[in-house]
Structure formats: structure tokens, C-alpha cells
Design a protein around this ligand. Structure first.
Ligand code: ADP
Ligand code: MG
Length: 242
């Protein structure tokens, strides 16, 4: 199958004042279009570095990073990003925050259409009725829901999430997993999720890529072979597969 994201043989060392710091030593990531790839690995192994390679914020010392058939050589507009602590513009409402990428990526879009698109997503994640609130009036989980809407409002070709649920309590986090699945069912996008949480990686991922070592490399890739409508129960009570 052709890979929408095709990273192979990537090596990278950051230049620091103490000399080069080798971080990646053989990174391979292949994600078919529309698939969800979860990446796990210890702190400092280069997971955030991987997100910068895909978004084009940096180039590796060697190896290739291809997205949608093109080598990534400069920052790409067509990515959506979500982080652990979403940065929201406090003087704007939730709706206005979610509309922001449309103003940047699709400046010609009519205001009504942009609003309708943002509202549609807010409804899907259960934030209807909160669109006119300011970010500080929402809980952490709600802000993260809004930030997911903002990350996909402009239909990016890749959604990159760097430990987006790390700061949330377990219950909120599991709710968000389900929301993530609902969003994907409604509009398929290729997704790279960085996480520390193995259950999360298996609940959401079509594949799980495990990075480790120092400098880190792709150690193995796990194909997640659970039913597409897997429930959280499956993760607590693994059933025999016949
Ligand atoms: P992870 O997200 O897996 O925790 P990172 O990709 O953020 O790891 O970082 C990998 C390693 O590279 C860490 O040791 C980090 O300190 C170092 N590093 C990250 N960014 C830079 C940078 N811009 N300059 C120098 N070192 C960096
Ligand atoms: Mg990181």
C-alpha cells in the first residue's frame, strides 16, 4: 500500500553548544492515507522531533520525509496540530478560536461558511452552547475538545497530536478518545498521535510505532488488529481471538 506519510532512514543530531546531540538513529514511519498512527516511546526519544519533521518545521540530517508523494522541505500549511496545553486566544470566543485556521488558510472563505464549519465541529464534540464562551470559562477537557476542532477545521491532510490528552484525568481522557473516534468516523483524516499511554495507542491507533534507544530508532511496528468499533472494555478485558 502506498504511504501517505513515508519517513525512512532518518538520522538527526541537534547542534548544541556542547556539540552534536544525536537524537534519531534510523526512524521509519509509514502511514497509509486515512490511517491513524500512534507513536510511543520514552521521554526525550525524539517524538516531538518527529512531529516537526512531518510539519516541515525542520529537516533531518539524512533520510527522507515524504508526505503525499512530496519530500517535505519547508513548513507545510496543510497540517493540523494539537498539543497537551492548547494555546487559545483568550480575547476570542471558542467559536472564533476554532475559526482561526480558516482565516489563515482560506482567507477568501465567507464568514457564514466558516462559522458553519466551526459550529458543525463544535457540535460534534459536544460543545454546542459553549461557542460564545471564552477559553478560560471552559474545563481542560472542553478546551482540548475545542482545540481538536481548531486542528481539523481547515481539513488538514495530516493531524498531528503531541500528547494531547496527557494533562487530563482518566475519565476525561477516555471521553476524548471516543470523541476522537467519532470525529474520524465523520471525516477521515490521516493522523499521527504521540502518546505515553499504551492503552490510548491501542484504542486509537491502526498501528503503533515503538521508538526507543538513545539515539532512538523505530524498534517495532504493531498492527492493531482489533475491531474497528473496539470499545474501551476491550482494553480492560482482552478477549481471545478465534
Ligand atoms: P520527546 O518528544 O520524545 O520527549 P524531543 O523530540 O522533544 O523528545 O527531543 C529529543 C531530544 O532532543 C531531547 O534530548 C531534547 O532535549 C533534544 N532536543 C529537542 N529539541 C532540541 C533543540 N531544538 N535543540 C537541541 N536539543 C533538542
Ligand atoms: Mg515531546
Amino acid at each position: 500500500m502506498t504511504k501517505f506519510i513515508d519517513i525512512s532512514g532518518v538520522h538527526h543530531a541537534y547542534k548544541t553548544k556542547h556539540g552534536p546531540l544525536p537524537v534519531l538513529d534510523g526512524l521509519d514511519v509509514g502511514v497509509p492515507k486515512g490511517e491513524f498512527c500512534a507513536v510511543v516511546g520514552p521521554s526525550g526519544c525524539g517524538k516531538s522531533t518527529l512531529t516537526r519533521l512531518i510539519s516541515g518545521l525542520m529537516r533531518p540530517d539524512s533520510g527522507v520525509v515524504i508526505v503525499d508523494g512530496q519530500e517535505v522541505t519547508s513548513p507545510r500549511k496543510t497540517v493540523g496540530m494539537a498539543f497537551q496545553n492548547p494555546v487559545m486566544l483568550e480575547w476570542r470566543t471558542i467559536l472564533q478560536n476554532v475559526m482561526l485556521p480558516l482565516e489563515i488558510v482560506a482567507p477568501g472563505m465567507k464568514r457564514d461558511a466558516a462559522e458553519a464549519r466551526a459550529m458543525h465541529l463544535l457540535e460534534m464534540v459536544g460543545l454546542k452552547g459553549f461557542e460564545n464562551k471564552k477559553p478560560s470559562e471552559l474545563s481542560g477537557g472542553m478546551r482540548q475538545r475545542a482545540s481538536l476542532c481548531r486542528a481539523i477545521v481547515h481539513k488538514p491532510d495530516v493531524l498531528i497530536m503531541d500528547e494531547p490528552f496527557g494533562a487530563l484525568d482518566n475519565f476525561t481522557r477516555e471521553d476524548l478518545w471516543q470523541t476522537m473516534r467519532d470525529l474520524r468516523a465523520a471525516e477521515p483524516f490521516t493522523c499521527v498521535l504521540i502518546t505515553h499511554d499504551l492503552r490510548e495507542s491501542v484504542f486509537l491507533g491502526d498501528q503503533v510505532i515503538v521508538l526507543s534507544g538513545r539515539p532512538a530508532r523505530t524498534q517495532f511496528v504493531l498492527d492493531v488488529d482489533l475491531p474497528a468499533d473496539r470499545t474501551i472494555d476491550i482494553l480492560y478485558e482482552p478477549r481471545a481471538v478465534d
